[in-house]
Write a protein that binds this ligand. Structure first.
Ligand code: SF4
Length: 237
């Protein structure tokens, strides 16, 4: 039966639904999300630049991240230059631009670049386990590099994806993000995985906000257990 292969369970959900029903609902949800938040072109580009972007972005607003990331590559250009930059200089570059955790991130950016050059011949590895060995790269960033850097089917689970998946009852409200990823992979067809992150992030910013989601005007409300009072924010971790 579906779900058993990944040792996922229906226990922990706050409402009754079979795997089959959940899968059908998930497919409709993704379809509507993709129509509501279309993107003509997904950000599929350079894995290395995507990786550096992800390190800078941790606990940062998007606009600031993007500006600093652009400036960083204007100044340093490529992986060789960054790998040869003293850690303190990189830290100073980030600190001056208001990047939080600048000490750690400065070290991560330089160290990760050195490792990619020395161990992987300058090519970012396209394997989640290898990516997660790099400093500053957790599961979410590794999946972002795979999805947006390499264009692979992957589901990065950030704060928006975590919250919305749980409100929509696609993952139990109390499981950690890596488990949310497993539930989504189980419920959503593989060829749609790459769309889930960007569509849920857009949805989380515009409609399903952390506080006071706009359920009344949400195109998913008929499919959403939160809108029916079956999932509550107090239950969600
Ligand atoms: S109906 Fe409400 S809780 Fe459900 S996805 Fe839409 S905004 Fe979020």
């Amino acid at each position: 039966m579906a779900g058993k292969s990944r040792s996922l369970s229906l226990e922990g959900f706050t409402f009754e639904e079979s795997w089959e029903e959940k899968r059908k609902r998930a497919e409709k949800i993704v379809e509507i999300l993709m129509k509501t938040h279309p993107r003509e072109k997904l950000l599929i580009g350079d894995p290395y630049r995507t990786l550096v972007h992800c390190i800078i972005s941790q606990r940062m607003r998007d606009e600031v991240t993007y500006r600093v990331w652009e400036e960083l590559f204007e100044k340093y250009r490529d992986i060789e230059t960054i790998a040869n930059t003293p850690v303190d200089e990189m830290r100073e570059f980030l600190r001056k631009r208001g990047v939080g955790l600048w000490k750690t991130k400065g070290e991560w950016i330089v160290e990760a670049s050195r490792i990619i050059l020395e161990k992987y011949g300058g090519r970012v590895p396209d394997d989640i386990n290898e990516l997660m060995k790099l400093p500053g790269i957790g599961r979410k960033c590794a999946n972002i590099v795979l999805a947006y850097g390499f264009g692979r089917q992957a589901i990065p689970v950030d704060t928006h994806v975590n919250r919305i998946s749980k409100r929509l009852g696609l993952a139990p409200p109390r499981v950690p993000p890596e488990k949310v990823e497993e539930y989504l992979m189980e419920l959503i067809p593989r060829d749609k995985w790459i769309y889930v992150n960007h569509a849920m992030v857009d949805h989380g910013r515009s409609i399903c906000k952390p506080i006071r989601p706009k359920c009344e005007s949400c195109p998913l409300k008929e499919l959403c257990p939160y809108a029916k009072g079956l999932v509550r924010d107090e239950d969600i971790r």
